[in-house]
Ligand binder design. Structure first.
Ligand SMILES: NC(=O)c1ccc[n+]([C@@H]2O[C@H](COP(=O)([O-])OP(=O)(O)OC[C@H]3O[C@@H](n4cnc5c(N)ncnc54)[C@H](OP(=O)(O)O)[C@@H]3O)[C@@H](O)[C@H]2O)c1
Length: 290
């Protein structure tokens, strides 16, 4: 049986689905009983804080998934030590593709995420480990653009030529599911990306194709975009400044695309395209979905 933290979130839900689809038994520990109630039948839900689980939570568990936001920096080392003491044999942690960059260049740190520190605690811990390092989630485009797309055919934003190989959350989840089950991957950092580098302008056009509307990206100056993100997007000023600095550094350059998954297991690319992702999520942009 696999113990999953962060199971009520955007990666945890498809991770639970992927494990169940492969016939695995799943236990989830969540602080949020209402959200956990929406998990599929057959999941063993333990209500509790994943930062300080009771020992019985580890009973019958072979491998643990550590979600960096759900567990956090302070508890990660303690959690993996407790897991080892209670018979768990392996651990998979999620981190991010950019964790080796300067902290000031990682916008997520300004939201409080500590991917590097959580990963390091797992790597230094007593169990065989795998670190899954996704690039930007395709899901981010819902928060960034869905409001504008619902209101019209033009998305206004900075750096039209900033490119990403946006990854489908199911590809991240399936990579984690494989890493939990396959000890051939132990000791590896696995970057996970989508199969194509797309500029922001291209990604908006792909969403347009999925919802049957001629969407286009209109570049606006970074400073106006920043004001809008802070004033209307509810984002903090330091987060926005780190995000814009990241766009400025990468603009005009193709994004890194990880090597494809090989016969020996996931090496970084399962391969769902952004067009597939947009078709799966068309409803979020006012389309009819599939
Ligand atoms: N967005 C990206 O492009 C991207 C790319 C690479 C890496 N990442 C990293 O991936 C992580 C986010 O993954 P996600 O989208 O799956 O997370 P998420 O959906 O926001 O949350 C995952 C789980 O964390 C717990 N949680 C949520 N907010 C919390 C908070 N403020 N404090 C404590 N626990 C909280 C919840 O677990 P309970 O059920 O226990 O409440 C939730 O199910 C971050 O560390 C981020 O830096 C993101």
């Amino acid at each position: 049986m696999y113990l999953i933290t962060g199971a009520t979130g955007s990666i945890g839900r498809p991770l639970v689905d992927a494990l169940l689809a492969q016939g695995a038994a799943v236990r989830v520990i969540s602080r949020d009983p209402a959200a956990a109630a929406g998990l599929p039948a057959g999941v063993d839900v333990v209500q509790g804080d994943p930062r300080k689980p009771e020992p019985h939570v580890f009973q019958g568990i072979s491998a643990l998934f550590v979600h960096p936001r759900a567990v956090g920096e302070e508890a990660a080392g303690r959690l993996v030590s407790a897991a080892a003491e209670h018979g768990v044999r392996r651990v998979v942690v999620m981190s991010a593709i950019n964790v080796d960059e300067e902290p000031a260049h990682q916008p997520s740190r300004y939201n409080g995420d500590r991917n590097r520190e959580v990963e390091e605690a797992i790597v230094q811990g007593p169990l065989p480990w795998v670190s899954v390092r996704p690039t930007s989630f395709a899901l981010n485009t819902v928060a960034m653009w869905a409001g504008q797309i619902r209101a019209g055919d033009v998305v206004r934003g900075p750096y039209a030529d900033f490119a990403e190989a946006l990854v489908h959350e199911k590809d991240v989840a399936e990579t984690i599911a494989r890493a939990l089950q396959d000890d051939a991957l132990d000791g590896r950092y696995l970057p996970v990306t989508g199969p194509q580098s797309l500029t922001q302008a291209e990604a908006v056009a792909v969403i347009g194709e999925a919802i049957g509307r001629p969407l286009r990206y209109e570049e606006i100056p970074a400073e106006s975009a920043a004001q809008g993100m802070v004033r209307f997007g509810g984002l903090s000023e330091p987060f926005v400044q780190a995000l814009l600095a990241r766009y400025a550094r990468g603009a005009g350059r193709p994004a890194v695309v990880a090597a494809p998954t090989g016969a020996s297991g996931p090496t970084g690319r399962i391969g769902r395209t952004f067009a597939e992702w947009a078709a799966d999520h068309a409803a979020a942009f006012g389309g009819t979905g599939r």
